[in-house]
Every structure is written in C-alpha cells, then in structure tokens.
Design a protein around this ligand. Structure first.
Ligand SMILES: [Zn+2]
Length: 413
C-alpha cells in the first residue's frame, strides 16, 4: 500500500542527514551529495531493483517488468548551496514510494518495467550550467562549452567529473538508457506563487517555457554631470530605464509570459558622469514559440525607439535561448485525471523554470510533470516549504498517474 506519510518522513530524514542551519547542502559532486546518494541507494536496496550509474553520473534503479517498455520517474537529489528540503528530492522519494507500491502490487514483476532516475547535477550550482545529467542523456549537452566550464576555485568541469569517475567525453553514452523508455513522469514543487494564490494543492504542467536571453548595450556619451545641460545629454541609462518599464507592458499582453531585466551595469558608473554606456540583460519566457518571438521582436523595436529618443545607439547580443518544450498531450490528459481524482480540482500551467523533464521530452520521450504548491512561492532557499498534507497528496497523485501511464503503455503494445 502506498504510504505518502513515509515519503514526508524520509524527506525529513534526508534533511537531517544533508542539511544544516542554512538549508540543504547537497551540491553536486560534493561529499554531501555522495552521502545523499548512498542514503538513497540504501532505501532502494530493500526493493528487488537493479541499481547502476550511467556514464553521465545519473543513477538508475530498475524494477524489471514483464515488458522491456519502461515507465520512468525522475528527480534530482542535488541542491543549490543553502537550498530547500524539497526541490528535486520530493520527486525522487515519491518515486521510491511508488516503486514500493508497484513492487508489492505485482509481486516484484509489474507488467512494464519501472525505473527511477536520479539526474546528476540538475542545479548546475558549481559550474553555472543546469541539467547536466539529463542534457547529457538527451544528447543536448553542449560538450564544447562543457569542456571550458570552470568553478569559482578555478577547477575545470572535466577535472571535477574525473574525481567522481565521470569522463566528460563519454557522458552522451548515457543516452542509451532511454532506449525502451515509453513515458517519463516528474513531480516537482512549483517554486512559484501561482498555486498558493489560487488555493490549489496541485497543478498539471503544460511544458517548460522557451527562453530568449540577451545582453542589450546602449551607447551614449560620457559627459560631466555638472556642465552638460539636460537637453544636450546622450544618457545611455535613460534609454535602458525606458526599456526596463516597457518590457513589463510587453509581457502583460500575454497571460503567462514573463520578461525580466535582471542586471544593469553603467559605465563609467560614477556619481559625476552621465552614463555613456549601459549594459542590461533581458530574459523573456513563454510556452508559446510564436508569443516568445513576438515579445523578442517588440523588445528590440522598443529598444531602438528609446535609443533614438535619447540620442543613443543600441546593440543586442544573444546570451542563450531554448525553445519551449510542450509536454505530451495524452499524458497531460492522464495527469489531469490523476489530479482531479486526488484533489478534486485541476489547474493547467506552464513551468517558468527548466526541469530535467524538458530534456527527456526533447529526447522524444512522452513526458509530463505535475507541480505541488510551494508556500510563499519560495525555493532555492532554506525557507522553501510545502504543507505536509499537500506533499502527501502529491505522492498519491503521482502514484495514480503512474498507474494510468502503465495502462497507457500496455495499450500501445
Ligand atoms: Zn529542482
């Protein structure tokens, strides 16, 4: 029998083992991370599962079924430094509980193979690149870039990987793990305020938003703050400031779109000079590729308009982008049913943050995620929290979804 209270108890156990007064400390490739993974292995050992690490350092626990076709449930035990007690590990421990239930129900031989995966370094806390293990597995990891990544202490990613037995040049061989994958499920805390504001415990995740991330540089003229009349200025910050407000107008045209100017740098950046150069970053996200492209174009047009108004010039350079990843339509349907049966209500929402599920989906595996409410919408912080009754509901909902997914996989054979 499924025992969601056990999941909550195990989450607390993990917190005590790998957290301190500042929060969770399971940063990937550290000793605490290894300790967390060893603890997870111990939990899994009570089940008749085969456990191994793939070439990217992802850990797979496999309960072999009558069919090779497999249902995957994923999460990540790594955290950011001073992280929360639920991010990533709720998914895994819920998965462990569901493995227990399935093992018990089918006497160790479920109709399809069921696998739990602990993705390596989802957070990218040390090298600044998230979704390491899942992007290696999906084949989307940029190896050329990965070879050049360096942590704060000057340690190169390939060398850090070597110390935990991973050869960067071979990480994409982990892709063979997806060979018989028929569906991938992931439960995650929402990490935002939407469900709490709506008074709902659970949400169906439609997909992960696409991202357009750019550096925008306005060029004006450095000039003395005392001697330069207001109408003679070419103030690069003034143009950037207008854009900072305009991106909110651009985003608000669309229900779930977001635009953020997260960084502003002024040069020379002293009190006595008009800003001659201003560098800002713009991060735009939406689940709809067309809307994302429109917002990008509108922001570009606005930046040129404001540059003209302030007698400045502007240039754009792309930092990073990723296309939206909509999840599988039929699994969305099953997820909605599972949530309705568990909590009576359903809300469909996109995910702003990226998740491992997006990588699995990009690899062509039918994928869906569900969110459980986050209190105050806060995550990546020691105060990250979710009501225990909601945590238990989320385990029950994921379990229902797992059963529906197994039936769905069987129907395809
Ligand atoms: Zn996470």
């Amino acid at each position: 029998m499924l025992n969601p209270q056990r999941t909550v108890a195990e989450l607390k156990e993990l917190r005590a083992l790998t957290g301190d007064e500042n929060g969770a400390q399971r940063v990937a490739f550290t000793e605490t991370w290894s300790r967390a993974r060893a603890w997870l292995r111990e939990k899994l050992k009570a089940l008749p599962v085969e456990i191994h690490s793939d070439p990217a350092g992802n850990v797979w626990a496999t309960l072999t079924g009558k069919s090779d076709r497999s249902l995957l449930i994923g999460g990540h035990i790594d955290s950011v430094p001073n992280g929360g007690w639920l991010d990533g590990c709720l998914n895994l421990l819920a998965g462990v509980e569901i493995l227990r239930r399935i093992n018990e129900q089918y006497d160790g031989k479920p109709p399809v193979t069921v696998r739990l995966v602990d993705w390596a370094d989802e957070e990218g806390a040390r090298f600044g690149k998230s979704l390491f293990g899942s992007s290696a597995c999906s084949g989307n990891l940029d190896l050329e870039e990965a070879r050049t990544l360096v942590d704060r202490d000057g340690v190169r990613l390939p060398d850090a990987l070597k110390t935990v037995g991973i050869d960067l040049e071979r990480v994409k061989e982990s892709g063979s793990e997806l060979k018989n994958a028929a569906a991938y499920l992931e439960l995650h805390i929402e990490q935002g305020p939407v469900l709490e504001r709506m008074g709902l415990p659970l949400g169906v995740v439609l997909g992960t938003k696409g991202v357009e991330r750019h550096i925008i540089t306005f060029h004006g003229q450095e000039a003395h703050s005392g001697s330069t009349p207001m109408n003679a200025r070419r103030d690069a910050l003034a143009a950037a400031a207008k854009l900072a407000l305009e991106i909110r107008v651009i985003a608000k045209k669309h229900e779930d779109a977001v635009c953020t100017m997260g960084s502003v740098k002024t040069f020379p950046g002293i009190p006595t000079a008009v800003v001659g150069r201003c560098e800002v970053t713009l991060d735009q996200r939406d689940l709809d590729a067309g809307i994302l492209a429109d917002m990008h174009r509108e922001a570009q047009e606005a930046s040129h308009r404001f540059a003209r108004e302030e007698n400045c010039t502007v240039e754009w350079s792309r930092l990073w982008n990723i296309e939206p990843v909509p999840f599988h339509p039929h699994l969305l349907e099953l997820c909605e049913q599972a949530l309705r049966e568990t909590s009576g209500t359903v809300h469909r929402m996109p995910s702003g943050p990226l998740h491992d599920a997006a990588e699995v989906s990009r690899a062509g595996i039918p994928t869906v995620m569900m969110f459980v409410q986050s209190l105050k919408g806060i995550s990546h912080n020691k105060i990250e929290d979710t009501k225990e009754e909601h945590l238990e509901m989320s385990v029950a909902a994921l379990d229902r979804l797992a059963s529906k997914a197994i039936d769905w996989i069987l129907r395809q054979q």
